[in-house]
Design a binder for this molecule. Structure first.
Ligand code: XIL
Length: 342
C-alpha cells in the first residue's frame, strides 16, 4: 500500500529512523520491510561513532558503516552521518590525547578519512554532538581540554573541506531548555563568525509526555532558523517512564533497577497513556507541519518499541513505549494520530 509515513509527509520533510546492527544486517525481514515502507531517511544509531570507526589509532573499520550506506542507497533514502566529534563512545586512544597538536592531527585524520570516504553519498553529517552543558557553557571533554574551544571550528572546516556538498550539523539534546539553547545560538554564531560552513542544527528530541512544552519546541525551531540554517529533529522518542533521578535522586545505590516503580508497565501500556502518547505525537507533528519550511528532517530514534535504547537507559531492563511501532512491528495509536494530520 502507498499509505506510509514517508509518503504522507513527502511534501513536508524527510521521515527518518535510526538503524542499529540488527536493522543494518537485516536480521528480521519484518524490520527491513517496515523501514523500506515507512521511512525515507536513515541515521546510524552506533556504527559511525568514533569507537567503532577508529577503534585503534589510524586503524579504521568501515565494515558496518559500508553496509549502512549500502542499505540507504539500495532503498534510495536520504543518508545521514552520526557523529564525527562526540565526548561519548570514544575509543580509549582518543580519550587519552593530551596536547593541542596531537588533537589537531587526530581530528584531521578522523574527520578527513571518514567524510572523504563517503563523499557524495552522505547527505548530512552531525559534525559535533553534545558540546554543551545545561547552562549553555562548553562541556568538559577531551576535545575542549586538549584543543581548546575552537575545536568546533576546526571540526566544521575539516568536514567542509572533505565533502563541500554534504550538509553540516551541530546536534544536541535539551535545546528547548532556554539557557542551553542560548549557548547553542552563541556556538552557531561563533562558527559563522569564524568562517566555518554550518548548515543546520539538530535538536535530538528525547522528550517525555509533558516536557518540553509546545511553546518551547516552537521557540527552539524559530531561534535556530533565525540563524539562517536548517532545523532537524534528529532523535525523536517520547518516554513514558519515570526518570530515575526524579524518583530516587542521584543516589545510584537506591535505584533498584527495573523495580516496579521504575518499570510500571512491564507487559503493556495502559489505555489512557496510549492515548496521551498519541496526543503528544499529534501535537508535536502539528507544530512540525506548521514550520515545515524550516524543518529538513524528522527522525525517530529507532524503528519499534522493542529495540529502543530507552528500554535500557538511563537504567537497564525496563519496558518503554516511546516510538510509533509496537514490539510486533504494528503501528500504534501514536502512528495513527501522526498519519491523520495529513
Ligand atoms: C545511543 C544509542 O541509541 C545506544 O544504542 C548506545 O548504547 C548509546 O547511544 N544521543 C545521541 C545518540 O546522540 O548517539 C545516543 O544513541 C542517544 C543520545
Amino acid at each position: 500500500s502507498t499509505v506510509s509515513l514517508k509518503n504522507a509527509y513527502v511534501k513536508n520533510f524527510y521521515i527518518g529512523t535510526a538503524l542499529d546492527t540488527n536493522q543494518i544486517l537485516e536480521t528480521n525481514p519484518l524490520t527491513t520491510s517496515l523501514i523500506a515502507k515507512e521511512f525515507n531517511s536513515i541515521t546510524p544509531e552506533n556504527c559511525m561513532k568514533s569507537m567503532f570507526l577508529q577503534p585503534e589509532k589510524d586503524k579504521f573499520d568501515f565494515k558496518m558503516a559500508d553496509k549502512y550506506v549500502a542499505f540507504g542507497e539500495k532503498h534510495k533514502m536520504f543518508i545521514h552521518g552520526h557523529t564525527l566529534i562526540w565526548h561519548s563512545q570514544l575509543p580509549s586512544w582518543l580519550s587519552k590525547v593530551k596536547d593541542s597538536v596531537a588533537m589537531s592531527e587526530a581530528m584531521t585524520k578522523h574527520i578527513s578519512t571518514i567524510v572523504e570516504k563517503y563523499k557524495g553519498r552522505i547527505g548530512s553529517w552531525d559534525v559535533v554532538n553534545e558540546a554543551l552543558n545545561e547552562d549553555g557553557t562548553l562541556r568538559k571533554s577531551v576535545f575542549l581540554n586538549s584543543y581548546g574551544k575552537d575545536f568546533l571550528t576546526h571540526a566544521f572546516k575539516l568536514a567542509a573541506k572533505a565533502d563541500p556538498k554534504t550538509d553540516l550539523y551541530y546536534n544536541d539534546y535539551n535545546l528547548c531548555n532556554a539557557k542551553k539553547r542560548k549557548g547553542a545560538v552563541e556556538l552557531m554564531k561563533n562558527l559563522q563568525k569564524n568562517g566555518a560552513k554550518i548548515d543546520g542544527v539538530g535538536e535530538q528530541g528525547h522528550w517525555n509526555l509533558i516536557t518540553p512544552t509546545l511553546d518551547e519546541i516552537e521557540q527552539t525551531i524559530l531561534d535556530f532558523s533565525a540563524l539562517g540554517v536548517k532545523v532537524a529533529i534528529t532523535e525523536l522518542d517520547i518516554t513514558v517512564l519515570p526518570n530515575p533521578w526524579d524518583v530516587v535522586g542521584a543516589d545510584v545505590s537506591q535505584r533498584a533497577e527495573a523495580s516496579e516503580k521504575m518499570n510500571p508497565y512491564p507487559k503493556a501500556l495502559p489505555e489512557d497513556i496510549k492515548i496521551q502518547l498519541a496526543a503528544r505525537y499529534e501535537a508535536i507533528f502539528k507544530l512540525f507541519i506548521k514550520h515545515q519550511d524550516k524543518i529538513s528532517r524528522v527522525t525517530l530514534w529507532g524503528v519499534n518499541d522493542g529495540q529502543s535504547w530507552l528500554n535500557d537507559w538511563p537504567i537497564r531492563g525496563r519496558s518503554n513505549y516511546p516510538l510509533l511501532f509496537d514490539r510486533d512491528f504494528k503501528p500504534k495509536e501514536a502512528y495513527n494520530s501522526v498519519m491523520k494530520l495529513k
